[in-house]
Design a protein around this ligand. Structure first.
Ligand code: PHE
Length: 498
């Protein structure tokens, strides 16, 4: 039996808050929110979005903060302390995090490549070619593996080196780093926005982003889009917020921290929309096409459409390219820190390996597993795995967490822990949200995603690759989680309530 060491701690409350906001505000804010908003009623979407934030996003965030803080453990430990038989649920979150971590780091690797090519605007006039051919060496199908892309694997190694440097000493160092990597992209986004709205055509773009269409409020798909965006954006269901809160002293505020994190995350997404749509509006004007003809989301927005738009700037294309990719990297990197930390915390709590060894092992494993995505077919695999794991993984874990606390434990008991230590009082409505409402919405999301997958399978990918990268991974998570839950903890206090 090893000697018990005191739990690592954040330096202060702002360090924790910045880290939580940094996790929440990631690529999703920049490349997903603006598009989802545009597609689901423009400015009118803000109504379902805010309602989703208040009725389910903030309640689940409070739940995750409370779990970590009360139990002083990451997802597996915190859940095991509530009900030993449920520990596997925590491991499910950790494995999902591990998978996401491996490909999120690859997206950072692409970002480094663009960052170093930005001053020369290497993609001017050929953004798609630059991305698919020069960076990725893309093959024609996921089954056509291709070769490892040297620039991507170098970028991947760089990402993991940075993650290791920042995480291996614990959350104190991380707390200092996020004081820079969280405000910096916000400042840069503001610079990009100001530049964008001073361009001709920008307002045309913005009107696509925000022009309200209130009729969509009757469409349940719009509400579903709002709830999924909120859950994903707050990094819920991955064990991240549980791990981060476990490094706070037991008697720290919970409710206000959750509200601040949620508002900051939403604001960052909202601002990003101005930079994105303003710039796309300008490009549509220059190319003399409709704004609809240039809007995209996700990888295509960040690595093709937006860089192309910037390359059309009359002056400063290089500088603004640099600013944009610096924004992308600083937005994304603290999400990578958080998801890696969730994995580290899960293993650290149970197996008590020395922190520095554990972090090195996880960074090396993260790098090695990420190599699959550096092949010429990597983009396809990333796309397939991302779809399955974020659609099903997040919602299933979130749903089970609600059932655990809402039905197996007792939300009123949890609230009795939260209220005396929090700045503000959480009403009984929270119990209802955790017991009925949030699990209901999450359940519907899982069913909707399933139906969508069955009715509209990816036409662009062979079935065998969907089976391998999608269903197989989802199914494998279950036995691995049970296995990790069954392995004996190296310290008995893993199951003891603090
Ligand atoms: N919240 C992050 C975003 O909006 C997403 C994320 C997912 C972060 C998983 C970390 C882990 O981009």
């Amino acid at each position: 039996m090893k000697i018990k060491v005191a739990r690592d701690r954040w330096l202060n409350r702002p360090a924790f808050l910045f880290a939580a906001i940094g996790s929440a505000a990631g690529l999703g804010n920049a490349w997903r929110f603006p598009y989802v908003c545009y597609q689901n009623g423009g400015g009118a979407f803000l109504i379902p979005f805010l309602i989703a934030l208040i009725t389910a996003g903030i309640p689940l965030l409070i739940l995750e903060f409370a779990l970590g803080q009360k139990m002083q453990a990451g997802a597996p430990g915190a859940i095991a302390k509530i009900k030993k038989g449920w520990e596997g649920l925590g491991w499910g979150a950790i494995i999902i995090s591990f998978v996401i971590m491996t490909y999120y780091a690859v997206i950072m690797a692409w970002g480094w490549n663009y960052l170093t090519s930005s001053l020369s605007v290497a993609w001017r006039g050929k953004a798609a070619e630059f991305f698919y051919r020069d960076i990725l060496s893309l093959t024609v199908s996921p089954l056509n593996l291709g070769e490892i892309s040297v620039p991507v694997i170098i970028g991947l190694a760089l990402t993991w080196l940075i993650v290791w440097l920042i995480l291996h000493r614990g959350v104190k160092v991380l707390g200092k780093v996020v004081l820079i990597t969280v405000p910096l992209p916000v400042i840069l986004l503001l610079i990009l926005t100001i530049r964008a709205i001073s361009l001709p055509g920008a307002f045309e773009g913005l009107s696509y982003y925000l022009k309200p269409d209130f009729s969509v409020l009757l469409d349940y798909n719009v509400w579903l889009a709002a709830y999924s965006q909120v859950f994903f954006s707050l990094s819920l269901g991955f064990g991240i917020m549980i791990a981060y809160a476990s490094y706070l002293p037991r008697k720290s505020d919970i409710t206000s921290n959750a509200i601040i994190t949620a508002i900051a995350d939403a604001l960052i997404a909202f601002i990003a929309g101005f930079a994105v749509f303003g710039t796309l509006g300008y490009m549509a004007g220059v190319q003399n096409v409709d704004v609809e003809g240039v809007v995209t989301e996700g990888i295509a927005l960040a690595f093709i459409a937006y860089p192309e738009a910037i390359s059309l700037l009359p002056v400063g294309a290089g500088i603004f390219g640099l600013i944009f990719f610096l924004t992308l990297i600083t937005l994304g990197i603290d999400s990578v820190f958080s998801i890696t930390e969730a994995v580290i915390t899960g293993f650290d709590d149970k197996f008590k390996i020395s922190r520095s060894n554990l972090v090195a092992i996880i960074c090396i494993l993260g790098f090695l597993s990420g190599i699959i995505f550096t092949f010429g077919s990597g983009l396809y695999w990333l796309d397939i795995i991302d779809f399955f794991i974020t659609n099903f993984g997040l919602a299933i874990i979130g749903l089970l967490q609600c059932i655990l606390v809402g039905w197996v434990y007792n939300p009123a008991k949890m609230r009795a822990f939260i209220n005396p230590i929090s700045d503000r009082n959480l009403g009984v409505w929270w119990d209802y949200s955790i017991k009925y409402f949030t699990p209901f919405v999450l359940g519907i999301s899982v069913i909707a995603a399933l139906i969508q997958r069955i009715r509209f399978p990816y036409q662009d990918y062979p079935t065998s690759s969907l089976f391998l990268g999608g269903w197989l991974i989802i199914v494998l998570i279950i036995p691995i989680s049970f296995f990790l839950a069954k392995v004996k903890a190296s310290q008995d206090d893993f199951y003891l309530k603090p």
